[in-house]
Design a protein around this ligand. Structure first.
Ligand code: IMP
Length: 435
């Protein structure tokens, strides 16, 4: 059984959680490797809706090993709240493991995130305000506090002091906030550590063991390729590497542990937050896609920007992740549109044409899609369970994407439920028996 990485191929919110949830049935370990609670997955299981921000989507299978890898930044308050909620709903959380080396989001990270955005004014990134950027910044500055620090009060206090001191001037507007008091914070985090203690582990060897035993490790990515700190639309990106290569560093395995990389993409495009979006639809069609696709953030509730499928960006995502397969989600949302458009190149000012994703920010900011029109369909897709059940135009849409990218479409989504997925036959060995 292989190591399979699941990554977002667009700007996040592609439906990775649902795909991971489906594949998790036969996985022996699901491990997250980057990001934090800026992510949000909604999973509909037997009519019940579950929302996760930190816990890997596989947790709904009783006893399933689900790990939060060292590359994730963890807000322990959010994590304990998620665990409590799952327990309240009688979901077994005994398989949850949290890397002792994962960095912690502290109260000051959230305040610095807010403050940083406010200072940027019109130039703001539109972060989720969850403290992600400041936490990764502290990690790189070697001022981070890690999960294991929670288990030693003396070390915890010293590290919080060291991390807090250089931030005093930035935090001056919040000087009176009780949560910034060294003693209060140390005590609060010590208690959180105590609550999480049974889940704290060395997660990399868990992955090695599963691999040695021939099991399936699912590496669950968060956000999307174009939000990657190196390969995305910098500075309108998140603060971690989200591409497939990051699975190795963020989980503690080598590249040879990865056999398959699947990108998840919607049948159209969305983006939350600021930054370039060459295929954006700022008209009533964009609005109706937003309504039909329920495109409002799981984490912040913000309306997502919507647009046509961007094959230039997707081909780029195919290369930077080394995708071996694509999952096209939310195909049903496009039902009822007579003529669909897909961007096959970008057009810049003065008629410039870009067949490849341009590295230059000024070009990207001014680029818009050059489209090919594909005929739409009007039939309801929700009952389709095989490619043959799809209208010919929907099949042709998928074929066009697959031909353009040079990789197979392995699955496509036709509704929010976990059974509303079509396996195309391109990845049968990973298909769960029940699907
Ligand atoms: P941050 O990750 O909170 O620092 O936000 C940086 C950028 O990434 C913003 O544009 C956010 O809207 C975006 N972002 C972060 N996480 C997600 C996600 O899970 N889905 C979609 N966008 C995200």
């Amino acid at each position: 059984m292989p190591g399979l990485v699941i990554v977002g191929a667009q700007w996040g919110d592609e439906g990775k959680g649902k795909v991971v949830d489906l594949l998790a049935e036969q996985a022996d370990l699901v491990i997250r490797f980057q990001g934090g609670n800026n992510a949000g997955h909604t999973i509909v299981r037997d009519g019940e809706t579950f929302k996760f921000h930190l816990i890997p989507s596989g947790i709904l299978y009783p006893g399933k090993l689900c790990a939060i890898g060292n590359g994730v930044v963890v807000d322990p308050k959010v994590l304990t709240a998620e665990i409590d909620e799952l327990r309240r709903r009688r979901i077994d959380t005994s398989g949850l493991r949290i890397s002792a080396n994962a960095h912690l989001i502290m109260p000051y990270h959230k305040l610095l995130d807010q403050e940083g955005e406010a200072k940027l004014g019109k130039l703001q990134i539109g972060t989720t305000r969850r403290g992600i950027g400041p936490c990764y910044a502290d990690k790189a500055s070697r001022l981070g506090i890690r999960m294991q620090d929670l288990l030693d009060e003396k070390i915890l206090r010293k590290k919080i002091y060291a991390a807090l001191e250089p931030k005093r001037s930035m935090l001056r507007p919040y000087a009176k906030e009780p949560e910034l008091d060294l003693h209060t914070m140390t005590e609060e985090y010590r208690i959180l550590g105590h609550r999480l203690e049974t889940h704290i582990a060395d997660t990399a060897p868990i992955a090695w063991r599963v691999e040695d035993e021939g099991g399936l490790v699912l590496f669950e990515g968060a956000q999307g390729t174009l939000l990657d700190i190196d390969h995305g639309t910098y500075p309108f990106v998140t603060s971690s590497n989200v591409v497939a290569g990051s699975a190795c560093a963020g989980a503690g395995v080598g590249p040879r542990s990865i056999d398959e990389v699947w990108g998840i993409a919607k049948a159209y495009t969305t983006r939350v937050g600021a930054g370039p979006f060459p295929t954006e639809l700022e008209d009533s069609l964009g609005e109706s896609i937003r309504e039909a696709g329920r495109e409002f953030g799981t984490t912040t509730g913000r309306p997502r920007r919507t647009g046509w499928l961007d094959l230039v960006a997707l081909r780029y995502a195919t290369r930077v992740n080394g995708l071996t397969g694509l999952v096209v989600t939310k195909l049903d949302v496009l039902t009822g549109i007579d003529q669909l458009q897909v961007a096959v190149r970008y057009l810049g000012p003065e008629g410039a044409r870009f067949d490849e994703y341009p590295y230059h920010q000024s070009i990207l900011h001014r680029a818009h899609g050059d489209y090919v029109q594909l005929p739409g369909w009007h039939e309801d897709l929700s009952g389709a369970r095989s490619l043959e059940d799809l209208p010919a135009n929907a099949r042709a849409y998928l074929d066009y994407i697959s031909d353009f990218l040079g990789i197979p479409v392995v699955m496509t989504g036709v509704g929010p439920g976990r059974d509303e997925m079509i396996w195309t036959g391109a990845a049968e060995r990973l298909r769960p028996a029940a699907a």
